[in-house]
Design a protein around this ligand. Structure first.
Ligand code: HEC
Ligand code: HEC
Length: 345
């Protein structure tokens, strides 16, 4: 009896050995107030092996023309994948300054536009920008495929994730996207509050901060992601006429060509905000005090200024201290230790 089972087992290993094992599909853990499921496109469902491959690529400088720059050169895990306190990064292959501040990377699966102006519609296409940009990875895609094909580990990993297909720029982008989608952040003190609906979790100063926040800021930095994922002019500039550098200084207008979108940028999430200074699309504000000063005293009026910022916001010193205390509850320390905790059983 035992022997025949062994025999069948050996037979199967022998005859099935040539086939590639299927990657492991799974459902990541996502809180109910995020909708309970991870949004993902039907053509690129996340698998455990796909995430692992995307992670390896994300941290691997093989993805740049000089083999020195990886995504992590600018997106630092310990800072929720934002940049190292730099206004503008120059960590790419050319060493030249980019034009915008490096945003953090989390809860990306729920976004419908990537970059400060929403210039990329999905993560699968977004990644080609940093890979090919001369001031980022400066990487020719065909040359990247050759490097990966000649690598000791990548061919096997790609084969398993992508059903034995050859390594292609599409598969590369799909792997990056799977890893990025799995970066879900929902373990801050604020999340404890959302889960239990119990404000005793907060100190009295934090509770006051939440009220100030709801009154002045939550309209755009919306519950539960602390962004509405939309584009607004929050009054940091008066004119948007600089057409240089492919119009990156004109906001969402660069994408839509609609003058109503001049100076509008995507509302950034305020989750992990203490880790992501400096602030705004060009990193112009070094501290939260600079940000508060902006919203209370420096709003610049222009045609596209958001309605919600047309009435003056007043914040007392106590309000500012309370807001900062509330912002402390938005840091997800678990996430920076283990950014893919949502995929754990
Ligand atoms: C040299 C620095 C640098 C490198 C290297 C880099 N990025 Fe970025 N990343 C940025 C900057 C700056 C932006 C914002 C650009 C903009 O909005 O115009 C950005 C934006 C993004 C966004 C959009 C986030 C959002 O909320 O809209 C994603 C996603 C992203 N990067 C992923 C990657 C991946 C994946 C890699 C590696 C293939 C990478 N980045 C490499 C600097 C960098
Ligand atoms: C009308 C919508 C709106 C309101 C109201 C609003 N914000 Fe913003 N906020 C934005 C937009 C849009 C940006 C990005 C602007 C840019 O980069 O050019 C932003 C950026 C920020 C940033 C920078 C985040 C980063 O990662 O760089 C902080 C901090 C911030 N807001 C805090 C606040 C606070 C505090 C309040 C309330 C006092 C507030 N916001 C009210 C729309 C709004």
């Amino acid at each position: 009896m035992k022997k025949s089972i062994q025999f069948i087992f050996i037979l199967c290993v022998w005859s099935c050995g040539q086939e590639i094992e299927k990657p492991t599909t799974f459902k990541p853990k996502v809180p109910s107030y995020f909708g309970g499921i991870l949004p993902e496109p039907s053509y690129n469902k996340t698998t455990l092996e796909g995430i692992a491959l995307g992670k390896k690529l994300f941290f691997d400088p093989i993805t740049s023309s000089n083999n020195l720059v990886s995504c992590a050169s600018c997106h630092h895990q310990n800072l929720a994948f934002s940049d190292d306190g730099k206004k503008i990064s120059n960590a790419g292959v050319s060493g030249k300054n980019l034009h915008r501040n490096t945003p953090p990377l989390f809860n990306l699966a729920w976004q419908t536009g990537y970059f400060w102006d929403g210039g990329a519609k999905d993560l699968e296409s977004q990644v080609f920008a940093p890979l090919q940009h001369p001031d980022e990875h400066n990487q020719d895609l065909k040359a990247l495929i050759v490097k990966l094909q000649n690598h000791a580990e990548y061919p096997k990993l790609f084969a398993k994730v992508f059903n034995n297909e050859p390594i292609s720029s599409q598969n590369i982008s799909y792997a990056f996207a799977q890893y990025e989608r799995s970066l879900v952040s929902y373990k801050s003190i604020y999340d404890n509050f959302l889960q239990k609906k119990d404000s005793t979790i907060f100190t009295s100063t934090q509770k006051k901060g939440l009220l100030v926040f709801e009154l002045h800021c939550e309209k755009c930095h919306k519950y539960p992601f602390l962004t509405d994922f939309l584009y607004h002019n929050n009054g940091i500039d008066t004119t948007f006429t600089d057409e240089s550098d492919e119009r990156v200084f004109m906001g969402r207008f660069r994408i839509t060509n609609d003058s109503a979108d001049l100076g509008k940028y995507k509302t950034p999430s305020l989750r992990n905000i203490l880790l992501t200074a400096p602030y705004m699309h060009d990193g112009r504000f070094a501290t939260l005090d600079d940000v508060f000063l902006h919203y209370t005293n420096q709003i610049k009026v222009s045609k596209t200024l958001d309605e919600n910022l047309k009435t003056k916001i007043t914040l007392s010193e106590v309000d500012k201290i309370a807001l900062k205390a509330f912002f402390e509850t938005l840091t997800d320390y678990e996430f920076i230790k283990n950014p893919t905790y949502s995929i754990e059983k």
